[in-house]
Design a binder for this molecule. Structure first.
Ligand code: ADP
Ligand code: ASP
Ligand code: MG
Length: 416
């Protein structure tokens, strides 16, 4: 029998009615003759609640910063939301006459690395699942979780159920991986930011990968990476409306597209500047080596023109990493010999990016972007470019304005 993976996100399984609505979609595909692997997220809001509990439980007495938790226990707690929805989905399917059972990550097993909180899937052994499919039993899999080599439960990073779904689609050689969510596809930008956002019928893996990694949370970045590598046909569609979704596919399958396909944003970024560091070989390595070792996701980097053998070095990172980045830099000053004069932090910045494979063959995208931002009086703090994207750091209060201005400037509401 052909196989299908159907993934339902948090809002799609937020209560029993919604689980029933999702189960009806599953039943429809079962009736169409598919063996279905359903992947579920936790009910919306549940994972945040669990993370909050972990933080509170592990907060040292009299300390009101973020809790310093044991990542293995974080995973033990935070993975539990998906167990509930997997069981409820299996029960609902059974109630509708669809033979199904739930699978937690360790039961499959979904083997991962031991990087708790951000584990990577290494292997999915489908022997047990195959046997059950052969008995006519459909599978409901708890997303977002796996098992480390030492047997402890792991989670795959926020939004990780998308990656669970794609990994199963690859392992089961599914015909397609359908990601059901609260929007009916991938849009030119987050439809919550502008009503002018337009749904794309198709988007190339590479563009989706850039959009996701630059902040479009409709798909977890790793899920797109995995789909691209394994040529999984990935579709994003609505749990609530019966409208066609967006197919994520090879660029050869896309006949016409705009130079820029989409605008992404990442709201919570921080900018760090080391004032007056020595301009000598090895200085960048001395700064970014320790940051990398500490697992800090450094993104944009700018080094200023040198004056008198000294220079300023600026980088950006997610706001969540800022405190650790500051600590690492202070240590590097005393122990690593980076003798900067001052460390200046800007915590109220966001990153806004335009993405499109058409940029490979069209000049002028950056210029159009800068002009549009200038017309709105938005100051650009840092710029970075790659083959298919241009990103800028702007004050957070201008983020939505910038997204809207760029959407207009590249006329993304119009089809190619
Ligand atoms: P789920 O819980 O189903 O995994 P998410 O909240 O993780 O859903 O992702 C869906 C959300 O992604 C949408 O509600 C939308 O606000 C946001 N989003 C951001 N960028 C885009 C985009 N370019 N296209 C569609 N949705 C986007
Ligand atoms: N429940 C997890 C989260 O909120 C995983 C997911 O929904 O994809 O991040
Ligand atoms: Mg998600």
């Amino acid at each position: 029998m052909p196989r299908l993976v159907m993934k339902f996100g948090g809002t799609s399984v937020a209560d029993l009615d919604r689980i029933r609505n999702a189960a009806e979609k599953v039943k429809r595909e079962v009736d169409n003759g598919y063996d279905v692997a359903v992947v579920v997220s936790a009910m919306s809001g549940k994972t945040n609640e669990l993370v909050g509990w972990v933080r509170s439980a592990s907060k040292p007495e009299g300390h009101d910063g973020p809790g310093l938790y044991d990542a293995r226990e974080y995973d033990a707690v935070v993975s539990s939301g998906e167990n509930v929805t997997a069981g409820l989905m299996a029960l609902t399917l059974q109630e509708m006459g669809v033979p199904a059972r739930s699978w937690q990550g360790w039961q499959v097993p979904v083997k991962t690395t031991d990087a708790h909180g951000a584990a990577r899937i290494e292997e999915i052994d489908t022997t047990n699942l195959d046997a059950k499919f052969n008995e006519g039993m459909h599978a409901v899999i708890a997303g977002f979780q796996g098992i480390a080599p030492d047997g402890r439960i792991t989670t795959l990073g926020r939004g990780g159920s998308d990656t669970t779904a794609v990994a199963f689609a690859a392992a089961l050689k599914a015909e397609r991986c359908d990601i059901y969510t609260d929007v009916d596809g991938v849009y030119t930008t987050d439809p919550r930011i502008t009503k002018k956002a337009r749904k794309l019928n198709k988007i190339a893996y590479e563009e989706m990968l850039e959009l996701a990694s630059l902040g479009a949370k409709v798909l977890q970045t790793r899920s797109v990476e995995m789909a691209m590598r394994n040529k999984v046909r990935l579709q994003v569609l609505s749990s609530f409306e019966d409208t066609p979704g967006t197919l994520v596919c090879d660029e050869e399958e896309i006949v016409e597209s705009n130079v820029v396909s989409g605008v992404a944003y990442s709201r919570d970024e921080a900018k760090v500047t080391l004032i007056s560091v020595a301009d000598r070989p090895g200085i960048a390595a001395a700064i970014f080596g320790p940051l990398a070792e500490a697992g800090i996701n450094v993104d944009m980097i700018v080094q200023n023109i040198s004056e008198d053998g000294r220079t300023d070095m600026t980088f950006s990172c997610p706001s969540d990493d800022l405190t650790r980045a500051q600590t690492v830099m202070e240590e590097a000053k005393t122990k690593g010999g980076i003798n900067y004069r001052d460390l200046v932090v800007d915590q109220d910045v966001s990153k806004v990016s335009v993405v499109g494979i058409g940029m490979r063959s069209h000049a002028g995208v950056a210029a159009t972007m800068f002009k549009a931002l200038s017309a709105e009086g938005v100051n650009i703090k840092v710029i970075s470019t790659s083959e298919i994207k241009v990103s800028v750091l702007v004050d957070r209060k201008y983020m939505e304005l910038a997204v809207n201005a760029l959407h207009d400037a590249f006329e993304l509401e119009k089809t190619a």
